[in-house]
Write a protein that binds this ligand. Structure first.
Ligand code: HEC
Length: 98
């Protein structure tokens, strides 16, 4: 029993450390990107639709991060995540594109 509690504590500590670097991608996605990218509203490439993302990915990750930061056509600047970092945009794009 005691051993189990230690293992559980370690698991909690591990996830806190990981969150220190970047926040939870799913949480950020649900908050900011899902509104458009889940349905493909206004021509947004649909989440987890690799085919829809393939032509975007050929632009390169830096260009895609910049599109999210500066906005692109119907996508507003910052892509509705006012405090996302470059690393978080990158993680979100990786999450959405596969
Ligand atoms: C208000 C709707 C909306 C929201 C919210 C939104 N997007 Fe988009 N996104 C779009 C639309 C529309 C496009 C397609 C733009 C085009 O090519 O005309 C797009 C395209 C993109 C692209 C491809 C850009 C390119 O250069 O081809 C990326 C990357 C992207 N979105 C990331 C994100 C991320 C990350 C979030 C959340 C932080 C997000 N988007 C939130 C509407 C949205």
């Amino acid at each position: 029993m005691k051993k189990l509690a230690v293992v559980a504590l370690m698991a909690v500590a591990g996830s806190v450390a990981a969150d220190g670097a970047t926040r939870d991608v799913t949480e950020l996605y649900n908050r900011a990107c899902m509104a458009c990218h889940a349905s493909g509203a206004a021509g947004a490439p649909i989440t987890h639709n690799a085919e829809a993302w393939a032509p975007r990915l050929t632009k390169g990750m830096d260009v895609l991060v910049n599109s999210a930061k500066n906005g692109l056509n119907a996508m507003p600047p910052r892509a509705m995540c006012m405090d996302c970092t470059d690393a978080e945009y990158k993680a979100l794009i990786e999450f959405m594109s596969k």
